[in-house]
Design a protein around this ligand. Structure first.
Ligand code: AMP
Ligand code: MG
Length: 494
């Protein structure tokens, strides 16, 4: 049998001391949930070969594929602001890396594959619900065009995992640009292992920022590069209503991908204070706090890199602070140009005028006051841009209809001033305003069915979310409001 993965394991090879060897623990009864065929193709792998019983057993941890170097990566991290010097992959094992069809190096990792030397008191396992959530939401993010880790496959283990109650166990095969986190740098910086920090920075530059290699100040450039990618990433999150939920420094990838989907969710009604995670009592990781938290996390990365920024400590700190200081403006530029595009007013190069930015921000205020659904507001505005008579459905999303009307009047003036045809504006808006997002009530329904053994809803939801910007009349219900909001709306509308 040919090897399913043409592994080339640079992390294991080049960074000894940055990980611990770890082997997946076999399970009772592996069962296939899904192989992501389009992703397999993208990776240059044969999707059918990944769905054979032998491959399913491999995903479940019964055996290690040929060419793998199974390891658990070391990392530290600030969790809810508190530093833990050793976290590491406690329930994930990196099998190795493959170079995809486009020449990009991608990690293949099993998540939930049993204990590792970093498991501390954890069981190294994952429950089916969180595995399906990560599968659905990470694939939805990819379909939205947002940098993210991907889901290559999910399997069940046939074993219960004990959380607040016994739950079916599962393993996710995850694909990532890499699993280098801010916390990976922190692990070595906390041990004052400056040579290791430099080695990791060199590896990160070679893998994720190759254009910076050999530049005069590569480590400052690396910091700037990560700042830029995180600013752009968090802007993208906000523009689709995504809440990560656990933006700890160990859950922030230096490649700029969204990573570690835990208690993540998409917002329904617009409210910047929205929090989904039950463990986030203080709202630290609320929707609207995400830019500030990213900035805070990047400051932790900067601290790790300071010893690499030159002999003169004061000058190094000043250089790092100079880079960090730019984060808010870099974030705002990305966020504002995205917002203005969402209301159909982006200039030819995507630039946002101050006037249009103010207009877009005012819409958000009206939405917040009116508890308007984030996704549907922007999507239905597109229809209104094309047809002045099509205002009903979007207007109905607002409790305060007068405020909406007043805003719309000004918006129309701005649209008219662009001289663009309404249909073209709508088409441009529909390309940035998704109709289908993984709404929490849908994800919850899918998980409940799957826990009972019915995976059909999981399949359907993935299919719908693969085309978030397209009208899919047969699946219109998937674009609808959660039942709780519908009731609220009906009540308020009558
Ligand atoms: P997370 O909150 O999922 O990002 O995980 C934070 C840390 O806890 C990481 O070091 C994980 O590897 C570890 N961890 C989470 N769940 C488990 C588990 N069930 N068993 C072992 N380690 C875990
Ligand atoms: Mg994590």
């Amino acid at each position: 049998m040919s090897a399913p993965f043409p592994f080339d394991n640079s992390y294991a090879r080049d960074l000894p001391g940055f990980y611990a060897p770890a082997t997946p623990t076999p399970v009772t009864a592996p069962g296939l949930v899904k192989v992501n065929a389009p992703l397999a193709e993208e990776l240059g792998l044969d999707p059918e070969a990944l769905a054979t019983p032998h491959a399913v057993e491999m995903f479940a941890g019964q055996h290690v594929p040929e060419g793998a170097d199974p390891i658990a990566l070391a990392y530290a991290g600030h969790q809810f602001g508190q530093f833990t010097p050793q976290l590491g992959d406690g329930r994930a094992i990196l099998l190795g890396e493959v170079v995809d069809r486009a020449g990009r190096r991608r990690d293949i990792q099993l998540k939930g594959s049993g204990p590792t030397p970093f498991s501390r008191r954890g069981d190294g396992r994952a429950a089916l619900g969180p595995v399906l959530r990560e599968y659905i939401v990470s694939e939805a993010m990819a379909a939205l065009g947002i940098p993210t880790t991907r889901a290559l496959a999910a399997v069940t283990t046939g074993e219960p995992v004990l959380r607040d109650r016994p739950l079916p166990g599962a393993v996710l095969a995850r694909v990532a640009a890499s699993h280098i986190r801010i916390g990976t740098f922190q692990f070595f910086a906390a041990r004052k292992a400056t040579d290791a920090v430099r080695q990791l920075a060199d590896y990160t530059i070679a893998r994720h920022y190759p254009e910076l290699a050999g530049t005069p100040e590569p480590y400052l450039a690396l910091l700037n590069g990560v700042i830029g990618r995180q600013a752009a990433l968090v802007a993208r999150w906000l523009l689709v209503g995504f809440i990560h939920g656990v933006m700890n420094t160990d859950n922030m990838s230096v490649s700029g991908e969204t990573i570690d989907y835990g208690p993540c969710a998409f917002m329904d009604a617009y409210d910047p204070e929205t929090v989904f995670s039950s463990i986030d009592q203080m709202g630290r990781y609320a929707y609207g706090n995400q830019p500030d938290i990213a900035h805070w996390n990047l400051a932790r990365l900067a601290e790790c890199l300071i010893p690499l920024l030159g002999e003169d400590k004061e000058a190094a700190v000043a250089a790092a602070n100079g880079a960090l200081k730019e984060f808010p403006a870099r974030f705002r530029a990305a966020y504002h140009s995205g917002l203005v595009a969402k209301i159909g007013l982006a200039g030819p190069d995507g630039e946002a005028s101050e006037e249009d930015t103010t207009l877009a921000l005012e819409l958000l205020s009206v939405m917040a006051e009116s508890k308007a659904d984030f996704t549907l507001t922007f999507r239905r505005l597109g229809a209104l841009a094309a047809d002045p008579e099509a205002g009903g459905p979007v207007r109905d999303l607002f409790l305060d209809r007068d405020a909406f009307d007043a805003w719309t009047t000004r918006w129309r003036e701005r649209l008219a001033a662009t001289g663009r045809d309404g249909a073209a504006t709508r088409a441009a808006m529909d390309r940035v305003n998704p109709l289908f997002i993984p709404r929490n009530h849908l994800v919850e329904q899918v998980i409940a069915s799957a826990t009972e053994g019915d995976f059909a809803p999981f399949e359907t939801l993935n299919t719908v979310l693969a085309h978030p910007f397209e009208e899919q009349p047969a699946f219109a219900a998937y674009a609808g409001l959660p039942p709780s909001m519908e009731g609220y709306q009906t009540f308020c509308g009558t």
